[in-house]
Ligand binder design. Structure first.
Ligand code: UDP
Length: 449
């Protein structure tokens, strides 16, 4: 019989795929350490409870639709979530507190940093709260840099400055800053200020690790706060069986990968939110076809503007690639990246995708679209040098060259080598005695204290 669990942790999730995954991974990790887990989530994009019978799930209404997420401005959506979820979350916590046994008390609330309303609610109810940062330390520093540049009157910056290094964070150029160009600027700055602020939270959990970002984590702590930080990434490695996919994963692509030569396949995915248009699609398609490498391409339904799925692929493309290409709507990405046939990943550089790729030693082609993707692309290509970035308008011959360089050409040998070396460092971080493993043990002690 299972030993009685005595402390409950409430995790507040944000309704985007790239946020749900790390939150469920953290829940799985804390469950394995003996905590009871309640996941509080919005009705929109609710996680699949049936895949996690070990958790309790509590839905709070937020009145948004899938259409709002697909077509709306993300900044306004997140602001709306924070306004609309506060009271329902408070009611939900109060209800849990009324019903709880003395041995099932809520130890703390851990909230995704975009769901910052949770901190105020927890604080009002005298429950400690911990922030979960689902992006990199570099992203947070770039957000702080934006706020500082705004104070100093540098934003909006002129085009002529786009290649200049950002003074506070010299690795990044102005063009790499995750500035939102849609909607009202004051809403964007308001959101940024909320997300960066640690408020009355007791600690910060990071899905990153020392071997990647130690100096940036130290800088963040120096600049921001004296509360403890716990860098316990890559969390998917501590919770390998945990899946949070909102879409059905098409495993037929694994059978297709099984038939390919080791390290020969380029995997392409733009994640759960980014989209492209017909013109870019044509360049991507012909670039891939002309590279002569086999490819596995995730084309998410709705991710090509103006079409439901792959209707806008150029005429003659499918016939020209034949069995050399496999297209799916959604893949079991971690399994794909760990597959021996995969030798490169063309990615939009979402933070989860980057961590999953780095953990498998796969070199990257980066084509970021918005937000922290630009920061990650810069670190991948310029700091860790385990990939290259497509900086210009997509062009089929540049794509063909990039694919061949990352996958086969001698020129890409050092990139492949560094990706392999970084994988080994990451393994050391999460194994027993490694920095992330130690941090996780300290986090558990902290939560029990
Ligand atoms: N993902 C997946 N199958 C796919 C594409 C993506 O399971 O076909 C997962 C991927 O493994 C990652 C998440 O979806 O964990 C996407 O998060 P990320 O931060 O990379 O990007 P976002 O979707 O937030 O832009």
């Amino acid at each position: 019989m299972e030993a009685k669990r005595c402390r409950r942790v409430v995790l507040v999730s944000c309704p985007f795929q790239g946020h749900i995954n790390p939150l469920l991974q953290l829940g799985t990790i804390l469950y394995s350490k003996g905590f009871s887990i309640t996941i509080v989530h919005t009705q929109l994009n609710s996680p699949k409870a049936s895949k996690h019978p070990e958790f309790d799930f509590q839905a709070i209404p937020e009145g948004l639709s899938k259409q709002d997420i697909a077509t709306g401005n993300l900044v306004d959506i997140i602001l709306a979530l924070n306004e609309r979820c506060k009271i329902p979350f408070q009611d939900c916590l109060l209800d849990m507190m009324l019903k709880q046994d003395s041995d099932d008390e809520i130890t703390c609330v851990i909230y995704d940093d975009l769901m910052y309303f949770s901190e105020e609610v927890a604080n009002n109810l005298n429950i400690p709260s911990i922030i979960l940062r689902t992006s990199s330390a570099a992203s947070l520093l770039s957000r702080l840099a934006i706020l500082q540049l705004k104070e100093e009157g540098y934003i909006p910056f002129p085009d002529a400055m786009s290649q200049d290094p950002v003074p506070a964070l010299r690795t990044l150029r102005f063009k790499d800053l995750p500035i939102c160009e849609f909607g009202a600027p004051e809403n964007f700055f308001q959101l940024l200020a909320h997300v960066c602020d640690t408020k009355t939270s007791s600690a910060v959990i990071w899905n990153t690790m020392d071997c990647l970002e130690e100096p940036l984590l130290i800088e963040q702590q120096r600049r921001q706060c004296s509360i403890p930080i716990f860098a316990i990434g890559p969390m998917h490695k501590f919770a390998p069986a945990c899946s949070g996919s909102l879409l059905n994963e098409d495993s037929s692509c694994i059978d297709w990968l099984d038939k390919q030569v080791p390290n020969s396949v380029i995997y392409i995915s733009l994640g759960s939110l980014a989209s492209t248009d017909e013109k870019e699609l044509a360049e991507m398609a012909w670039g891939l076809a002309n590279s002569n490498q086999p490819f596995l391409w995730v084309i998410r339904p709705g991710s090509i503007m103006g079409s439901d799925w792959i209707e806008l692929l150029p005429q003659g493309f499918m016939e020209s690639v034949g069995e050399r290409g496999c297209i799916v709507k959604w893949a079991p990405q971690r399994e794909v990246l760990a597959h021996p046939s995969v030798g490169g990943f063309w990615t939009h550089c979402g933070w989860n995708s980057a961590l999953e790729t780095i953990s498998e030693g796969v070199p990257m082609i980066c084509k970021p679209y918005f937000a922290d993707q630009m920061v990650t692309a810069r670190f991948v290509s310029y700091v860790w040098r385990i990939g290259l970035q497509l900086e210009n308008q997509l062009d089929r011959s540049e794509i063909e060259r990039a694919v061949r360089m990352v996958m086969v050409d001698k020129e890409g040998e050092e990139i492949r080598q560094r990706a392999e070396e970084l994988k080994e460092k990451v393994e050391t971080c999460f194994k027993k005695g490694g920095s992330s493993n130690n941090s996780l043990n300290k986090l558990v002690e902290f939560m029990l204290s």
